[in-house]
Design a protein around this ligand. Structure first.
Ligand code: 5GP
Ligand code: MG
Length: 461
């Protein structure tokens, strides 16, 4: 039972959106924000909106399937929060769909969460020993319950400072961006290490918070600010205020958000994601030996696109989309069995023989985790007539697991763990493989405010 809980919750990466829409019902705007954040979670989508009384509408599936427009039209109220969920261990359950909502002293309160909080299992156990029950296995319900039981007063009386104090006291070892919706108020909190991004927009339509600023692109002339680590926002009908709840200044922003996770159009951690990826590709090209030449650079779409372009521009090797990605298929990475993942990769890509035949190909992806994608694609390119396939990764070797939200399996499953480049190339059937040198990361991610633990064989304390 306990180990099942663990696998349920680790590796959860999500997208959050919420706020206040002046003089209008917010439900459709919440859906619009979630559509823009769909890449952050495809298992389920949900919203909670209203004024005093909160309506929760949530379902499994992609945003457009989960949230039907005819149902959204029935939901009244200008305040709301919303969530797309990406859990990776195959256990996608209805009861884990967010927002979580409870009623306390007759008042509704809802919460959405992006990240992982380490202490949640222990706190759940303490609650259960006292006879308390949970409706889900998600850590978000534990956070809400802990806040309720600590503050012990109606949600309309909760203050930003009190909630922040509770988060700091009980959940300081985690990564989280949390939105809490109490009667006529939306609070946002970004953990004091700042693992995950959180953005704020003020516009004439209202006040909004989101995981990535791309969620604001349908607002008119929004003024956008990034919420710093240990800071949050309080949104009311009249105003939105940025507030601090922690004095910790040691940020650990997740580099993987830029490498893989976020939308290229987004600007998070004070950087544009597309530009970062181009730069990573350029740095990778510069790290090649001088005499390395190839005929064509091919990206593994979609997340490998920008780094492949950067690599091609810096190396002056022609760039081609040699593999067409089927846009109608589910993602391959989150399938629970290796065989399913393999089949999915095969169905996902189709080679363009004219680009590949008799060519020495550089195949560029943003990262190799288990090596499933690269193994399948290398063999696909060879079958399509490539003379040589040289695999390149615009991130360094992933050799460590992650507890802060990115889906990385056990060390033993990681293709780069304890292996030389030669051994990895052999395993995926490539003629050579190169990863971005770890030292090059600091040229893109300057300073010491980054979490790059997945590239280090030790855990940061
Ligand atoms: P692999 O196939 O080697 O296990 O994983 C690498 C591929 O999966 C790359 O194409 C990369 O873009 C993608 N990827 C890396 N990390 C994640 C993740 O956390 N979630 C998902 N869905 N895909 C990922
Ligand atoms: Mg990819």
């Amino acid at each position: 039972m306990f180990s099942k809980l663990k696998t349920d919750k680790i590796h959860e990466e999500c997208g959050i959106f919420g706020g206040y829409l002046k003089d209008k019902d917010i439900a459709a705007t919440l859906k619009c924000g979630l559509l823009k954040l769909q890449h952050r979670g495809q298992d389920s989508a949900g919203i909670s909106c209203g004024f005093d009384v909160q309506n929760v509408y949530k379902n499994l599936g992609l945003v457009n399937t989960a949230l039907r427009d005819n149902e959204l039209r029935k939901l009244k109220g200008s305040f709301g929060i919303a969530h797309v969920r990406y859990s990776t261990c195959g256990d996608v359950k209805e009861e884990n769909i967010q927002p979580v909502k409870t009623t306390y002293f007759g008042e509704d309160v809802s919460l959405v969460h992006n990240g992982n909080v380490k202490q949640a299992e222990k706190i759940r156990e303490e609650f259960e020993k006292n006879g308390e029950v949970f409706l889900s296995t998600s850590d978000s319900e534990v956070i809400l319950k802990k806040i309720v039981s600590s503050l012990k007063k109606p949600p309309s009386k909760w203050t930003f400072e009190e909630i922040g104090e509770c988060l700091l006291k009980y959940f300081s070892l985690g990564s989280y961006c949390i939105l809490i919706y109490t009667p006529n108020r939306v609070f946002a909190f970004r953990d004091n290490f700042g693992y995950r991004p959180l953005m704020l927009a003020k516009s004439k339509e209202g006040f909004f918070v989101a995981s990535e600023d791309i969620a604001f692109c349908s607002l008119s002339e929004p003024e956008i600010v990034e919420i710093k680590a240990g800071f949050g926002v309080e949104i009311t009908k009249e105003d939105c205020q940025i507030k601090s709840f922690s004095s910790n200044k040691a940020s650990r922003q997740c580099v993987f958000e830029h490498i893989y996770f976020a939308n290229p159009a987004s600007n998070i951690f004070s950087k544009n994601v597309y530009t970062t990826r181009i730069k990573l590709g350029e740095l990778l090209a510069k790290s090649e030996e001088n005499d390395f030449r190839a005929d064509v650079v091919i990206p593994v779409m979609d997340s490998g696109f920008a780094c492949a372009l950067g690599y091609a521009q810096a190396s002056k090797i022609p760039f081609h989309v040699g593999l067409v990605r089927n846009p109608w298929l589910e993602r391959s990475f989150i399938q629970s069995q290796q065989e399913l993942r393999k089949n999915n990769v095969r169905q996902k890509f189709a080679p363009i023989k004219e680009v590949i035949l008799n060519k020495k190909v550089v195949l560029l992806d943003d990262s190799l985790v288990r090596g499933t994608t690269s193994r399948e694609i290398v063999s696909m390119l060879k079958r399509a007539g490539a003379k040589e396939v040289h695999m390149r990764s615009s991130s360094p070797k992933i050799i460590n697991t992650c507890f802060f939200g990115v889906d990385i399996p056990t060390k033993e499953e990681l293709i780069a763990y304890n292996k030389t480049d030669f051994e990895i190339a052999k395993e995926i059937g490539a003629d050579s493989i190169k990863f971005l040198p770890f030292e090059s990361l600091s040229e893109v991610f300057e300073g010491d405010m980054w979490c790059n633990q997945c590239f280090l064989d030790e855990v940061q304390k």
